[in-house]
Design a protein around this ligand. Structure first.
Ligand code: 6PG
Length: 253
C-alpha cells in the first residue's frame, strides 16, 4: 500500500460501509460550511453498495444530514453497457442510492453526472464525459479538476476503477477519462485516469472480502515495490488517502 495512506480495518462489510459513510458525511458538511459544492466520483463494483444504501436510508443517520443540493455525483468508471444493464455501475448506484434520493426530491437530477456508456462508441463516451467534467469544474487548458472525494475499490488483481494491470491507461497523463479494452474480460470500460484521481482532495479505497487478502499482503511485502499493482499508483499529490479494509481482506496483513 502507498506509504502515505491511512489504513483502517473494520470488522466487516457493514462496518466498512459505515466508516465510508462517516467520511462522506464529514467531507460533505465541510463543503457546506465553506458554502461550496461537493464533488464525488462514485466507485463501481459491489463493495460500495453498502455505503450507497446507508447514505440513502431514510431511517439511517446520514440521509437527513447530507447537504444533497450541494452534492454532485460523478462516476469513477463504468462498464461499456447501457445504464439499465445488470453489469452497469450506474444501475447499482441508482438502485442503492440515486433513485431513492431522486424520488424523495433530496437530490436534484442535474447533480448526477453519469457516464453515457450506452454510446456504442466507448471512446466518444469517454471524451464526452471528460468534456462534462472540465465544464463542471470550469477548467481551461490542461488544468486538472480537484474532486472533493474519489471513491475506489480494488480488484483481486490490484486494479482500481477500470485501470487494470498491463493497460496503457495506467500511464495516461493527458486525458482525465479514457475508454480501455480489458482483454481478460473481453469488454470495454470507461474510466477516470490517475491525473484525475491523484489531484483529488480525498481518495477512499474500499476493500472487502477474503479474495482481496493475498493482493493486499503483496502490496506490503518487502520488495513489493517492484511488482506494481495499479492501485499502488493511487497517490494523491495534495490530498488524503484512506484505505478502508474489512477483517477478511486484511486477514493476511
Ligand atoms: C468496477 C470497479 C472496480 C471494482 C473492483 C472491486 O467497475 O468493477 O470500478 O474497480 O471497484 O473490481 O469490485 P468489488 O467491489 O465487486 O470487489
Amino acid at each position: 500500500m502507498p506509504s502515505r495512506g491511512i489504513v483502517r480495518v473494520l470488522a466487516g462489510p457493514a462496518q466498512l460501509g459505515r466508516a465510508a459513510a462517516d467520511h462522506f458525511l464529514a467531507r460533505a458538511i465541510t463543503a457546506e460550511e465553506r458554502g461550496e459544492r461537493f464533488s464525488v466520483a462514485l466507485a463501481g463494483g459491489s463493495t460500495p453498495r453498502a455505503l450507497y444504501t446507508l447514505l440513502a436510508d431514510e431511517t439511517g443517520p446520514y440521509r437527513a444530514r447530507v447537504p444533497w443540493s450541494r452534492v454532485h455525483l460523478f462516476q469513477s468508471d463504468e462498464r461499456h453497457v447501457p445504464p439499465d444493464h445488470a453489469d452497469s455501475n450506474y444501475r447499482m448506484a441508482s438502485e442503492a442510492m440515486l433513485a431513492p434520493l431522486l424520488s424523495s426530491h433530496l437530490l436534484p437530477e442535474e447533480n448526477i453526472h453519469r457516464i453515457e456508456a450506452e454510446n456504442p462508441d466507448a471512446a466518444a463516451a469517454a471524451t464526452a464525459y471528460e468534456r462534462g467534467i472540465r465544464e463542471w469544474f470550469g477548467l481551461t487548458g490542461r488544468r486538472l479538476p480537484r474532486f472533493d472525494l474519489v471513491l475506489l475499490g480494488m480488484g483481486d488483481d490490484g486494479h482500481t476503477a477500470s485501470l487494470f494491470p498491463d493497460s496503457k491507461a495506467l500511464f495516461e497523463d493527458r486525458h482525465l477519462v479514457v475508454a480501455t479494452r480489458i482483454e481478460k474480460l473481453h469488454s470495454m470500460r470507461i474510466t477516470v485516469t490517475f491525473p484525475l484521481i491523484n489531484h483529488a482532495a480525498s481518495v477512499v479505497i474500499m476493500v472487502s472480502g477474503r479474495g482481496k487478502a493475498t493482493t493486499l499482503r503483496a502490496l506490503v511485502e518487502p520488495g513489493s515495490e517492484n511488482q506494481r499493482f495499479p492501485v499502488e499508483l493511487v497517490e494523491p499529490i495534495d490530498g488524503e488517502l484512506l484505505w478502508l479494509l474489512d477483517r477478511e481482506a486484511a486477514s493476511l496483513l
